[in-house]
Design a protein around this ligand. Structure first.
Ligand SMILES: CC(C)(COP(=O)(O)OP(=O)(O)OC[C@H]1O[C@@H](n2cnc3c(N)ncnc32)[C@H](O)[C@@H]1OP(=O)(O)O)[C@@H](O)C(=O)NCCC(=O)NCCS
Length: 167
């Protein structure tokens, strides 16, 4: 992505995710619209202890790279590097209050440049998640295949694209 928007670059910052951020991530993942988009989300959006336990595991596994996305110093979401099916993969979630401002695109661009430097690098998005696919495309990912899997947030099998970063 071109760093054309210097104001946005200054407003979006990444820092190491901490346990104190997780209750805010929990609120973000409770949004039914966001859950439908992501599809691969916990089956029970109200299961706070399950979500906290899952994040406790994420934060304590050195294979994971977890960053909190800040927008004007507020916790706006998170971005992750993790192993999925033996491939280094990125994923992210932005709270609805922060959508449509370029936050995900800017956060992913920074993450790829400064944090998650493993290559090859992959991502997945449900085929109808136009927002996430656009974010990935803007940051240099290209579709290389597809897959199908059971998405708990929708309670059904979904089709997803597999993308690879092409720099
Ligand atoms: C998908 C998501 C990360 C987008 O975050 P965002 O900060 O609003 O994205 P940006 O503002 O950086 O948008 C980047 C581009 O995507 C487009 N876009 C964003 N949301 C969109 C949507 N719902 N439908 C179509 N296009 C969308 C924007 O218009 C922009 O394109 P443009 O630059 O060509 O105008 C956010 O909606 C989200 O977290 N959703 C729930 C969780 C999720 O789906 N995570 C990804 C799982 S693969």
């Amino acid at each position: 992505m071109q760093p054309e928007n210097n104001q946005l670059v200054q407003r979006v910052l990444l820092r190491a995710a901490t346990a104190a951020d997780v209750p805010i991530f929990f609120e973000h993942q409770q949004d039914p619209v966001a859950r439908h988009m992501a599809a691969f989300a916990p089956a029970d959006a109200a299961d706070r202890s399950g979500y906290l336990a899952h994040w406790n595991h994420i934060l304590n596994d050195r294979m994971n790279l977890a960053r909190t996305i800040l927008y004007d110093q507020q916790v706006a979401g998170h971005i992750l590097g993790f192993e999925l099916f033996g491939k280094r993969t990125v994923g992210y979630w932005v709270g609805r209050d922060y959508w449509g401002k370029g936050v995900a695109t800017q956060a992913l661009a920074q993450f790829l440049q400064y944090d998650e430097t493993t290559r090859p690098l992959y991502a997945r998005a449900v085929k109808d998640n136009a927002g996430s696919l656009r974010v990935l495309e803007k940051c240099g990912f290209r579709i290389i295949g597809d897959d199908r899997g059971f998405a708990h947030a929708r309670g059904e099998d979904v089709e997803e694209y597999i993308l690879q970063l092409v720099e």
